[in-house]
Write a protein that binds this ligand. Structure first.
Ligand code: ADP
Ligand code: ZN
Ligand code: ZN
Length: 752
């Protein structure tokens, strides 16, 4: 329903032209039907031929002479097709995340460019068998007909009367010319058959559904009874690794498929979850496929076609798999829903979770969304406890294996008692023990917090912003800076709390740890996994399989090593710098730390032998460390949500980051200040403005980055601010005044 006069419409959604909008008048009779994203029929061009278009904007401002603006002819009533849904979703993303329509369309319509269709060529007999045999004897009796003899022999013996073309040319060494002449003589036929490129194939030992535990079955029953009653909802399954979530997903999908619907399964990163992928494949076989960035354009195109035409029922992939054009999506599953890779870092900066929920509303008949995690995001758990999502819990591990014994090593104490090594005494002792026994260890360094926070190594004191309660980062010139509000103070050399002089920024790398291991235990064989060692294709898998086959005793790595993959012989996990992520300069630091520590601790003792975990930290009493060591999610959640509440951070409130990118630092800062002023002049209830300040990563490729933050309980209020700024920015752009500056919006930012 709109009261506005005009609609700006795209007619042709080939990517290059979406920028070009055509304006039409909305006749009164259609005013209650036209809305952003909806398909319309409009007279187009000189001949006024009817074309289908989509409404992208509604406005009261005519673009030219109002008398010459044509009217929308109709709003088609039929149910939405896959393309209609994608366009609506793009319109929603544009509004909700503050991106351009082009960027949103490119995101939701990934592989529209038609690719070559793949074909197999076959050769089969055209004559009947008796004739063919006669012809065979005829060739066999002649000296210069050996090639023909070979083909005929092969065809006469072929079980399904046909042979792949390549086999004949390559194995039987028959030339294409010979085949052609045989075809012309009517002896053989050469046929072509289209086929889809299939990115997964593998062992076909299929596995049926497991008999579910009562807990698992309870989830499936409850979900299905909602579903059959027409209720579409969002469900969160909170269950530790190994509690059977994946098995529940498989059972849910089985049910959904029985009802003639399709399933989208999102996983954080294919490389990390190859084992999961293969489980789906072994259960669903050719009805499941995969989408990811390593597929060729042809493979991607074919998977889209397979989804469109009903050749598959299930797609698995990272966040972009959400845009698979199934005709009847019934369920969207997001595994490891807390992972930050579900948030796009480029425009539109969408989150797969919210986008999935929106998509679920748009598809015909509606879909349900199932989120799963051992350490749910604060967002999801908050919504589950406030009744917006439905919460399921899986409390038992189904695979046996004892939970590891977790100890916390206090690095302040180590220093005080004269241990300056990066390994605490307890970790050294356990390393020694495992190396002697021939068991394996993983050493994990948390490299999440890129900007170096500054702390006292003697008492653990961390320099924090008095206004935002996040860590200050060290900048050149001996300054400590807050990345939210820009607060600054000089870096002092003396700890304000205990007066020691062990104040320093915290830096340690995987390389340094590996060197240290080799120095202390010269016989230990080490492998290292980080951004450097996994740069080439396949290196990730090589390192993991080398470690799995016990080619090394110690695996040193970043957070990459804590995910997926079970190593039954790992009985020790050392977490060297828990504080790294604890003091990253953003409000999610504690949450990320809890997730990483919990996951890392879960790596030890997967097999028969019990495991040990040592968490090294300067802040042993921090609730993230404490609750992770007990694997107590609820306790962590209570502490963390109280902190978010106090400082109005998401999910209690919403936060918009207006990011300014500029080649000129001063100019960027000035502009950021202006943007803040514009919003403040139009102050809305409950809006809190912070900044501008240099962003967490202040400069990338010579482009300075700064940000202004707005916190508000009301998301729509943030959108209104965004619209206001966009309008202002467009005006400046039209005047050619914004050449050196660009602006991006990020809602409820995940990184920084
Ligand atoms: P999660 O996804 O929560 O990590 P999985 O579904 O992978 O858990 O289950 C963990 C292990 O337990 C897997 O090896 C799986 O095959 C097994 N498993 C899950 N459910 C059952 C069940 N109902 N009966 C027997 N084994 C099960
Ligand atoms: Zn101190
Ligand atoms: Zn601050």
């Amino acid at each position: 329903m709109t009261a506005l006069e005009y609609a700006n419409i795209i007619i042709d959604i080939s990517h290059e032209k979406v920028d070009r909008l055509f304006q039409y008048r909305i006749p009164d009779r259609l005013k209650d039907k036209v809305e952003v994203g909806c398909p319309v029929e409009v007279p187009f061009g000189k001949g006024n031929t009817m074309r289908k278009g989509y409404v992208l904007e509604l406005t009261d401002e005519p673009n030219w002479d109002p008398d010459k603006i044509k009217e929308i002819a109709a709003v088609p009533e039929d149910k939405l097709g896959a393309e209609d849904i994608s366009i609506r979703l793009a319109a929603w993303m544009k509004r909700y995340y503050g991106s351009t329509m082009i960027a949103a369309l490119k995101t939701v319509l990934p592989a529209t460019k038609k690719q070559n269709i793949q074909k197999h060529k076959f050769v089969s007999l055209r004559m009947d068998l008796r004739q063919a045999r006669e012809y065979y004897y005829e060739c066999a009796s002649k000296k210069n007909q050996k090639a023909r003899e070979r083909i005929l022999a092969e065809l006469l013996l072929a079980p399904d009367d046909r042979i792949p073309y390549e086999l004949i040319t390559q194995k039987l060494h028959v030339t294409a010319a010979t085949l052609k002449s045989l075809a012309e003589k009517g002896v053989i036929r050469i046929d072509e058959e289209e086929y889809y490129r299939k990115p997964i194939a593998g062992d076909s030992d299929r596995y049926g559904a497991k008999e579910l535990s009562p807990e698992q079955q309870g989830i499936v029953d409850s979900f299905i009874s909602d579903y059959d009653a027409g209720k579409r909802d969002t469900y969160l399954i909170h269950g530790i690794t190994g509690s059977g979530k994946t098995e529940v997903y498989i059972a849910l999908i089985d049910e959904i498929i029985k009802r003639g619907k399709q399933a989208i399964v999102l996983i954080p990163e294919i490389a990390l979850t190859y084992q999961t992928l293969m489980r789906f494949y072994r259960h669903f076989g050719d009805r499941v496929s995969v989408m990811n960035s390593s597929l060729s354009p042809g493979e991607k195109y074919d998977q889209m076609e397979r989804a469109r035409t009903g050749d598959i029922d299930i797609i698995i992939g990272p966040r972009s798999a959400l845009f698979t054009p199934f005709p009847n999506t019934g369920i969207i599953i997001i595994d490891e829903e807390h992972e930050s890779s579900y948030k796009s870092e480029s425009m539109p900066k969408y989150h797969a979770r919210e986008t999935a929920i929106e998509l679920a509303k748009l598809v015909p008949g509606g879909a349900s969304v199932v989120l799963g995690s051992a350490t749910p995001s604060l967002e999801s758990y908050y919504r589950a406890t406030t009744g917006q999502y439905h919460l399921f819990e899986l409390k038992r591990r189904l695979t046996g294996g004892t939970l590891p014994q977790v100890e916390i090593a206090d690095l302040r104490e180590e220093l005080r008692t004269g241990n300056r090594s990066i390994f605490s005494r307890r970790l050294q002792e356990l390393m020694e023990d495992r190396l002697n026994k021939g068991e394996q260890a993983m050493l994990f360094i948390n490299r999440r917090g890129l900007a170096g926070f500054v702390s006292c190594r003697s008492c653990g004191y961390v320099f924090k912003c008095p206004h935002c309660d996040v860590s200050l980062s060290e900048h050149r010139g001996g300054r400590l800076v807050c990345h939210y509000c820009g607060y600054e103070q000089p870096l002092t050399k003396i700890c304000p709390k205990c007066s020691s002089k062990y104040v320093s920024s915290f830096r340690a790398g995987t390389q340094q740890i590996e060197d240290e291991v080799k120095k202390m235990w010269p016989n230990a064989r080490t492998l290292r996994m980080d951004a450097d060692t996994t740069r080439t294709k396949g290196s990730y898998d090589r390192i993991l399989s080398a470690f799995a086959s016990k080619e090394a005793d110690v695996l040193v790595g970043t957070q990459m090593i804590v995910k997926g993959h079970d190593f039954p012989d790992v009985t020790l996990v050392g977490i060297l710098a828990a504080d790294m992520s604890l003091h990253a300069s953003d409000y999610r630091a504690s949450e990320r730390t809890f997730q990483l520590l919990t996951q890392a601790a879960g790596r030890a003792g997967r097999g028969e032998k019990p495991g040990n975990v040592v968490i090294q930290t300067y802040e042993p009493e921090h609730y993230s460390v404490q609750t992770a060591s007990r694997q107590d999610y609820e306790a962590f959640y209570e502490e963390e949500i109280a902190y978010r509440d106090l400082l109005r951070y998401p999910p209690i409130s919403h936060m918009m980051s207006v990011q300014i990118l500029s080649y000129d630092e001063d100019l960027g800062m000035q502009f950021a200040t202006r943007l803040r002023a514009i919003m403040e002049q139009n102050k809305r209830d409950g809006a809190i403005f912070i900044g501008p300040a240099s962003a967490a990563i202040g400069k990338i490729n010579d482009v300075y980055r700064m940000a202004v933050y707005v916190k508000m309980d009301d998301y729509d209020g943030l959108i209104a601010y965004k619209d206001m700024l966009e309008k202002y920015i467009h005006q400046l752009e039209d005047m050619g005044k914004l050449k050196k500056i660009s602006v991006q919006f990020d809602f409820d930012p995940v990184n920084g």
